[in-house]
Write a protein that binds this ligand. Structure first.
Ligand code: GDP
Length: 425
């Protein structure tokens, strides 16, 4: 059985915690898209960890952690992350890397950094991890697949020379920076080959057998629906699909094997990077929510930068769940909201004088103003509660109103960052 755990908002919904929690019952956890550009924060009995590339199932001895072909594979980053876990006393995880994954190269990071600087005020707010240049190269067919490292060396050298020739036009003439040296790029690839060698696997074949043997498989998404390049707020999106459907491609399994799509939804909104954010709040109101949010503030797990904050957006979330094909929702960080007298929920967008509850394309979205409904707060701490009926009435009203608005059953409510802080309904 395959279950996808994906974000229905802008990312940072708490997918890491939910994956870590559900990995207990799983044999295999797979990252199928994205790279080290976003982080998952996980708190369990080993401590607090910010994972960027490894799947959030790495803390169990019984799970196999897979980097699927859809991932932007930064090899030194991956190995460093494994070492960091070992240093903290986590048993060495069993990691497999798809032989069809492509390599994120140091020059992708340089290109990302130079481009953000060139765009200055109009930048995308990239984490400068090289993700956009990486995926551009993949689809331009000038990326390096893991399998190529183990192929013909002469061919590899020739390809390196070709790629450098193209890249150097940008380096020298657009960014006015020193060009790449083919020999150095080639040596980097050889260095990466030896680093990745112990992990390389024909992942889709491995998963085919695992499915036949009835194994439980989790697909772990990065970011969320609204950052998807097709269905999100283009162009302020990420460069790989954040949708559960892409899990089939980015892992190499048949689409019909994904039986459960668990969309993680945050009880308020937060976003990193640029782009329209209709229910965004500012000033003291935002600072207060940012300070109380998550497990010690809403600051990026990769960059440390403050996240943009907003009230719950039912328009964006219903769309986010629909586009994921969510079969259930986990509503997270509900505990954070106990300080509010009143909880605004964005139930419509007003665009050119008309109110709609449909999520529009970006040009329309830029003009949208939020229409709020307000529910009374519950004004108390709900951490520690394990039974849904024991939640304060106003808290249940908030959850049930959200459920009604998004049209997907909320099967779990997360009321704290820890593994066990979860209420099943
Ligand atoms: P991800 O990228 O979707 O995994 O999300 P992040 O890890 O970036 O952000 C979620 C943050 O919220 C992390 O710091 C989690 O530890 C924390 N978190 C997750 N669920 C809850 C919850 O129910 N309550 C609180 N207070 N924090 C939570």
């Amino acid at each position: 059985m395959v279950r996808a755990i994906v974000g229905a908002n802008w990312g940072d919904e708490g997918k890491g915690k939910i994956t870590d929690m559900l990995a207990k019952e799983s044999d295999i956890v797979i990252r199928f898209q994205g790279g080290s550009n976003a982080g998952h924060t996980i708190i369990n009995h080993y401590g607090k960890f910010a994972l960027h590339l490894l799947p959030s199932g790495v803390f169990y001895r019984h799970t196999t952690s897979i980097i699927g072909n859809g991932v932007a594979l930064n090899i030194p980053y991956l190995l460093n992350e494994i070492q960091e876990l070992e240093k903290e006393g986590v048993p060495t995880p069993k990691v497999l890397v798809s032989d069809r994954a492509q390599l994120l190269m140091p020059y992708h990071i340089l290109l990302d950094t130079y481009e953000e600087a060139r765009l200055a005020g109009k930048s995308f707010g990239s984490t400068k991890s090289g993700i956009a240049p990486f995926y551009s190269d993949k689809y331009a067919k000038i990326g390096f697949q893991v399998s190529e490292l183990f192929g013909d060396e002469k061919e590899l050298r020739e390809k390196v020379a070709r790629v450098c020739e193209m890249k150097n036009v940008l380096f020298e003439h657009l960014y006015h920076q020193p060009g790449l040296k083919p020999e150095e790029v080639y040596q980097t690839l050889i260095f990466y080959r030896e680093m990745v060698r112990p992990y390389v696997c024909d992942v889709s074949a491995y998963l085919y057998e695992a499915l036949r043997a009835g194994k439980n498989i989790l697909l772990e998404g990065q970011l969320g629906s609204l950052k998807d390049p097709d269905h999100g707020i283009y162009p302020m999106v990420t460069s790989s699909s954040t949708l559960a459907a892409y899990g089939a491609i980015g892992a190499g399994i048949p689409p019909y094997e994904i039986k459960q799509i668990t969309a993680v939804v945050k009880a308020y909104s937060s976003s990193v990077g640029a782009g329209a954010f209709v229910s965004e709040i500012f000033g003291d109101e935002a600072d207060e929510l940012r300070k109380r949010g998550g497990d010690g503030g809403e600051f990026g797990a990769t960059t440390g930068r403050p996240r943009r904050m907003g009230w719950f957006d039912a328009v964006a979330t219903r769309y986010g769940c629909r586009i994921q094909g969510a079969t259930e929702v986990v509503l997270t960080v509900v505990d954070v909201l106990g300080y509010l007298d009143e909880l605004p929920i964005c139930v419509g967008y007003e665009i050119d004088g008309l109110v709609s509850s449909d999520f529009p394309t970006t040009a329309q979205l830029e003009k949208a103003k939020p229409v709020y409904e307000r529910l009374p707060g519950w004004k108390c701490e709900i951490r520690g509660i394990r039974k849904y009926e024991e939640l304060p009435e106003n808290c249940r009203r908030y959850i049930e109103r959200i459920e009604e608005l998004i049209g997907v059953p909320i099967s779990m409510v997360s009321n704290g960052p820890g593994r066990d802080e979860i209420i099943y309904r």
